[in-house]
Design a protein around this ligand. Structure first.
Ligand code: ZN
Length: 511
C-alpha cells in the first residue's frame, strides 16, 4: 500500500544522464496526454470523482508552451501544480539536479519544481511506474473510498467497489511467484485444495483470501522466510480504502491440537502485519507462540504433550508418555492433583515427575507404603524420582510377601537358617538367597541343608568340592524338601519348613 512507503529523508543529487533523459521524455509525453497520470474509470459512477482533476489538468495543458505561466502554476499545491512543474521540464529539456526520497522499496529520484508535494511530483514524473503513479491520486482515492489497480499494462479505478481486472489478478499472482492453479497461489509445501478449505497442514502457513477475486494465497512457514511481507508486495500495486475489507489474512496453524477440531485459533497481530511491521515469517511465528502462551496462561488444567492437547484427560496424557508401570501410577496420582496447564514437549516421565516431585512426591510414596519413616528415607534419597519409585514399589512388594508368610518369634538354628533363605528368596530373589546360604551352620546337618538349597538353585556343581560325599548324598535327598519350601504358598509355608527339618534328621519343632 502506497502510504506505507515510509519516507526517511530527502536530499539532492546530480542527475545521471539516463535519469535526466527519462524525466524529460516522460514530461514530453505528458504534453500529448495529460490524463496519462490518471487511472481509467471502469464505472460511470466513479468518473465523476476525476472530472474536477481532469478539468484542471486540461486547463494547465493549455499553457504547455508557456514557461513563465507554467512556473507560476507550479506553485499550486496538488496534482495540478506538480503537473505544471513537470511540463516545464519538457520546455527546458534539463533536470541537472534531482531530489531523492528514500522509500522502503529504494531511493526514488525526481525533479523538484514549484511548490507541489514530492509525492505528487514523483507520481507525475514517474507515471510509467505502476507503484509510484498511485501517489498522485492516493489522497483522492482514500477520501472517496475508491479502489484503484495499477500494473505494468493497466491503471484502472473501479469506483467504490473492489473489482480487480483479470489481467491485474494474473499480474499479482505472477508477482508473488509460486504456483498458480485453480485460483490458488501456493508454495510446494501446501496442498492448494486444503488451503482453499483453510485446513490445517503439517506446516503452518500464511493464508490470504482476496475476497473480491476468490483467489487464495498460501505460503508455508519455510517459504515465508524469503517472501518478506506478501500483503505489502500485493497491496503496493493498489489503493484500497481498507485492506481488511477485501483481504482476509490468517495464519493457519495449530500449535496446540484440540480434541475438538472445530476450535480454531483466531489470528493475532493482524494490524502489525498489514502495516508492514511484521514479515510473513514473523507473523506466522508470533501467532504460533501466542497459541502456546494462551494455553500456558489458561486457568484450567490443560495437558499438552508435543503439541497435542489432552485437555484434562490425565490417562491419555500419561499413556502418551509411555511410562513404566511405577511411573504410570505416580504420574496419574500427581497429575490428577494439579489444576494448572502443563505444556511440554520432548520430555520423558521422569522429567514430568521431577517437576512435581518436591510438591507431591512424598505424598505419593506414603500412598504406596505405610511405614512413614521408610517413606521419608526413600523420598530423601539422592536419586531420580523414577529410580526412587522403583525402590518404593520393590520395598512394598517385599513387605507384602513377608506379611503373608508366617512370622516366628524364635526359631531353632537349623529352622532359622532355612527360613532366612526361603524368605530372602521370596523377597529379593535368587542372588540374595545364595548369599544367605553362605551363612550355613558348620555341622553336617547344616552343610547338607545348604547343599540341598544350592542344588535347587542349580549351583551344586560349582560348590560340590566344599562338601563331603555324605553331605552331597544327603543334600540330594533334601533337595525336593528345599524346593517345596521355596515354592510354598503362605498357608503351606510352616508345614514345608517343618517337613524339611524333619527330613534333615533334626528334631527341631517350629510350632
Ligand atoms: Zn513452502
Amino acid at each position: 500500500m502506497v502510504k506505507k512507503m515510509r519516507r526517511v529523508r530527502t536530499f539532492a543529487r546530480t542527475a545521471t544522464k539516463s535519469q535526466e533523459k527519462n524525466l524529460i521524455e516522460n514530461a514530453k509525453k505528458l504534453r500529448d496526454d495529460p490524463f496519462i497520470i490518471l487511472p481509467e474509470c471502469t464505472e460511470d459512477s466513479c468518473k465523476k470523482y476525476f472530472i474536477k482533476i481532469r478539468k484542471r489538468l486540461e486547463k494547465i495543458s493549455r499553457f504547455k508552451d508557456d514557461a513563465d505561466k507554467l512556473e507560476k502554476l507550479s506553485n499550486k499545491k496538488g496534482l495540478e501544480g506538480a503537473f505544471a512543474g513537470t511540463l516545464s521540464l519538457a520546455i527546458s529539456g534539463k533536470a541537472p539536479y534531482l531530489g531523492v526520497v528514500k522509500f522502503s522499496m529504494g531511493d526514488i529520484t525526481y525533479a523538484q519544481r514549484g511548490k507541489a508535494e514530492k509525492e505528487k511530483l514523483i507520481a507525475v514524473q514517474r507515471f510509467d511506474d505502476p507503484i509510484l503513479r498511485l501517489l498522485g491520486i492516493k489522497d483522492l482515492a482514500f477520501k472517496k473510498g475508491l479502489y484503484v489497480y495499477s500494473w505494468n499494462k493497466g491503471f484502472v479505478c473501479t469506483g467504490v467497489k473492489a473489482s480487480p481486472p483479470k489481467e491485474f489478478i494474473d499480474f499479482i499472482a505472477n508477482k508473488i511467484g509460486f504456483s498458480f492453479k485453480n485460483n490458488v497461489v501456493f508454495c510446494n509445501h501446501v496442498n492448494p485444495e486444503k488451503a482453499k478449505n483453510k485446513d490445517f497442514l503439517k506446516k503452518y502457513y500464511l493464508r490470504i483470501n482476496w475476497k473480491s477475486t476468490g483467489m487464495i494465497i498460501a505460503i508455508c512457514e519455510d517459504c515465508a522466510k524469503s517472501t518478506k511481507n506478501t500483503m505489502f508486495n500485493i497491496s503496493k500495486y493498489m489503493l484500497v480504502p481498507d485492506l481488511s475489507d477485501d483481504f482476509e489474512v490468517d495464519v493457519v496453524a495449530q500449535a496446540v491440537k484440540h480434541k475438538d477440531p472445530s476450535l480454531k485459533h483466531e489470528t493475532k497481530y493482524l494490524q502489525d502485519y498489514l502495516s508492514g511491521k511484521l514479515t510473513d515469517y514473523d507473523f506466522i511465528n508470533k501467532n504460533v507462540k501466542n497459541q502456546e502462551e494462551t494455553v500456558k496462561q489458561s486457568e484450567e488444567k490443560i495437558l499438552v504433550l508435543n503439541g497435542v492437547s489432552y485437555g484434562s484427560d490425565v490417562q491419555g496424557f500419561v499413556d502418551a508418555l509411555k511410562p513404566n508401570k511405577y511411573e504410570k501410577l505416580a504420574l496419574e496420582f500427581i497429575l490428577e492433583k494439579i489444576e494448572e496447564p502443563l505444556v511440554v514437549s520432548e520430555v520423558n516421565s521422569n522429567k514430568i515427575l521431577e517437576m512435581y516431585w518436591d510438591q507431591n512426591g512424598k505424598e505419593f510414596i506414603c500412598s504406596v507404603i505405610d511405614d512413614e519413616n521408610m517413606a521419608d528415607s526413600l523420598f530423601n534419597l539422592d536419586d531420580t524420582p523414577s529410580n526412587i519409585l522403583t525402590m518404593v514399589f520393590e520395598y512394598r512388594n517385599r513387605q507384602e510377601i513377608l506379611s503373608q508368610l508366617p512370622q516366628y518369634d524364635s526359631l531353632p538354628p537349623l529352622a532359622n537358617f532355612a527360613d532366612n533363605i526361603a524368605k530372602t528368596y521370596k523377597t529379593f530373589g535368587k542372588k540374595k538367597a545364595l548369599g544367605e546360604i553362605k551363612k550355613r551352620l558348620d555341622n553336617p546337618k547344616g552343610r547338607s541343608l545348604a547343599y540341598a538349597f544350592l542344588l535347587t538353585f542349580k549351583k551344586g556343581e560349582d560348590t560340590k568340592w566344599q562338601y563331603s560325599k555324605e553331605e552331597i548324598e544327603y543334600g540330594k535327598f533334601l533337595k525336593e524338601y528345599a524346593k517345596n519350601l521355596l515354592d510354598a504358598k503362605p498357608k503351606k509355608y510352616s508345614k514345608a519348613l517343618q517337613d524339611l527339618l524333619t527330613a534333615s534328621g533334626s528334631d527341631e519343632k517350629i510350632m
